[in-house]
Write a new protein. Structure first.
Length: 285
């Protein structure tokens, strides 16, 4: 008596065949995908216990990712093949209307070119993140990410699932995972593609530092992190270029008053004090 299934179904045209096909994928790891559990990753930085890993993922070129992260978490981005550009947005996970403010970040620190020790500031004058390690030094705080119109004009398409997705379209998808909308997206910071401004005010794209370059952020409050890995809007090449990024995150401690970074500048100290005051009132500092 038949049980209602076609047990020899060779395709996914039946429920049974689809189930067999799906289960056959178990244990298969795509070249660009999250590793779960994160502790099974082989990408733990030197000196970090794999048991402390909370996130490990390879983000393909032209793709995006996102994560809600605890205060004190460190995240390392690595340009695997030398042609990545990680466009990054950070939101206060407790109150997402507070977010990265690139203009204030630059203005308050009197510096448009980030590096180790640089702070990423919110629109409330608080420290969302600090750069703890940077061996790339090829970043951009000025031009943000690409748009649908710009990519359509340059590459012929800029939709999220096209061969040349715009950063703002990818950010929109990532933001939706956290209840955020397109209107919630501010200007972003770009890692791994440098831009320098000449004395006469003209931009010059300095490219990447090559395969293996990395940058590490430490988050000073609970955050929502969005990453869009796509070509920089000023990339001078006619074709679309975007290669994978390795992302690995681990538990660590936030910056304390005893840390030299806290008191490195008067502006930075005020931002850290503002952050501590905000978190202390909520019982998490």
């Amino acid at each position: 008596m038949s049980d209602g299934y076609q047990t020899d179904a060779p395709t996914t045209s039946t429920t049974h065949g689809a189930k067999l096909h799906a289960r056959a994928q178990e244990g298969t790891i795509a070249a660009a995908a999250p590793i779960r559990p994160a502790r099974s990753s082989t990408s733990a930085p030197h000196g970090v216990d794999p048991g402390d890993l909370v996130w490990a993922e390879t983000v393909a070129g032209g793709n995006y990712t996102h994560k809600l992260l605890a205060r004190g978490t460190q995240v390392r981005f690595t340009d695997l093949e030398g042609d990545a550009c990680a466009h990054v947005l950070v939101f206060n996970a407790l109150q997402p209307f507070e977010r990265l403010n690139v203009a204030d970040t630059v203005k308050v620190q009197w510096q448009v070119y980030p590096g180790t020790g640089y702070l990423l500031l919110s629109d409330q004058g608080r420290v969302l993140a600090s750069i703890t390690v940077d061996d790339s030094l090829r970043h951009d705080m000025i031009y943000g990410t690409s748009t649908l119109a710009r990519n359509r004009e340059k590459y012929g398409d800029g939709t999220a699932h096209s061969a040349s997705p715009a950063g703002r379209e990818l950010f929109t998808l990532a933001a939706a995972k956290h209840g955020l909308e397109r209107r919630d997206l501010p200007a972003s910071i770009s890692f791994f593609t440098g831009v320098r401004i000449s004395a006469d005010g003209h931009p010059s794209v300095t490219g990447t530092a090559g395969a293996g370059a990395s940058v590490t952020l430490r988050f000073e409050m609970p955050v929502i992190l969005l990453i869009a890995n796509t070509a920089h809007p000023l990339d001078p090449r006619p074709g679309f270029h975007s290669t994978p990024i390795d992302v690995v995150a681990w538990r660590d401690n936030p910056t304390r008053e005893s840390d030299p970074l806290w008191n490195e500048t008067p502006e930075g100290r005020r931002a850290f004090v503002n952050t501590e005051d905000y978190l202390t009132a909520r019982g998490i500092a």
